[in-house]
Design a protein around this ligand. Structure first.
Ligand code: OAD
Length: 234
């Protein structure tokens, strides 16, 4: 693999998507077997759907929570956590909502699209972790809880985006793993690292619209490519 050794870098950013969790048995969103091929997001993953039928939206999310809870972080999640242990300034920015990075013991994960494992009470303006299966859908105040997920047409949390931008501005190595790079504004963020002069690596099974941005385009399963990358620790 013609990629500089990881030990040459101090500030590594991993930018991850659903392909990272594919080897845990969690389907991606697009492509063969993709979640949005089987389900219409307008019925399950947007504010309008929640406002018109919160129980239908919660049924969908309850099933997803139970499904994801039944899966385990895979080797690729563990390798990223291990790299963070070795290189303490490593930052993980993820589009994933599955909580797998945290379960692999990665710290301070920047979750651009929220989390399946947090809920919001909008009237009380409160966000809480919640791992209950199935979940009590209503808050003690009587209002429906809402999954703390950035659904289609929602705005990203500007504080989360700021953290991501800062990490990308400061990094000297960006490794993007398993994202189709078609969902904006997330897809655009890796540009910041490239502009700042970082070495850039894209790990994916196939090319994406953002591939031309990357210096190194490594094709294959995340766990296999990351295993090869860690062979260059020293
Ligand atoms: P996608 O499903 O759009 O893309 C997954 C990418 O992972 C594709 O480019 C695949 O080629 C690649 N891939 C699949 N298996 C892989 C493997 N084993 N190793 C390496 N790469 C692999 O997922 P995202 O780009 O994450 O939003 O999707 C972005 C957003 O769209 C998600 O965050 C989600 C969705 O709507 C929310 O959940 C809010």
């Amino acid at each position: 693999m013609n990629v500089p050794a990881l030990s040459q870098f101090r500030r590594i950013v991993f930018f991850t998507g659903a392909g990272l969790s594919a080897e845990s048995g969690i389907p991606t969103y697009r492509g063969a077997g993709g979640l949005w091929n089987a389900y219409n997001y307008e019925d399950y993953a947007c504010q309008r759907a929640f406002d018109s039928d919160p129980d239908k939206v919660w049924d969908f999310h309850d099933v997803r929570r139970a499904f994801v809870a039944s899966k385990e972080p895979n080797l690729a999640h563990h390798i990223i956590a291990d790299i963070q242990k070795q290189f303490s300034e490593t930052v993980v920015i993820t589009q994933n909502i599955d909580g797998m990075h945290q379960r692999a013991l990665t710290a301070d994960v920047v979750e651009l699209h929220g989390s399946l494992w947090r809920v919001r009470c909008e009237p009380e303006r409160q966000v809480r972790e919640n791992f209950d299966l199935p979940i009590a859908r209503k808050c003690a105040c009587g209002a429906y809880l809402r999954p703390d997920i950035v659904w289609f047409e929602d705005q990203l949390d500007h504080r989360v985006v700021r953290r991501a931008r800062e990490a990308l501005e400061e990094c000297d190595l960006l490794v993007s793993v398993g994202t189709s790079a078609v969902v904006y504004p997330a897809a655009d963020l890796p540009r910041i690292a490239a502009k700042g002069g970082a070495v850039t690596i894209e790990v994916n099974l196939e090319d994406t619209p953002m591939s031309p941005l990357y210096m190194h385009r490594l094709r294959g399963k995340a766990s296999e490519i990351l295993t090869q990358l860690t062979a260059s620790y020293t």
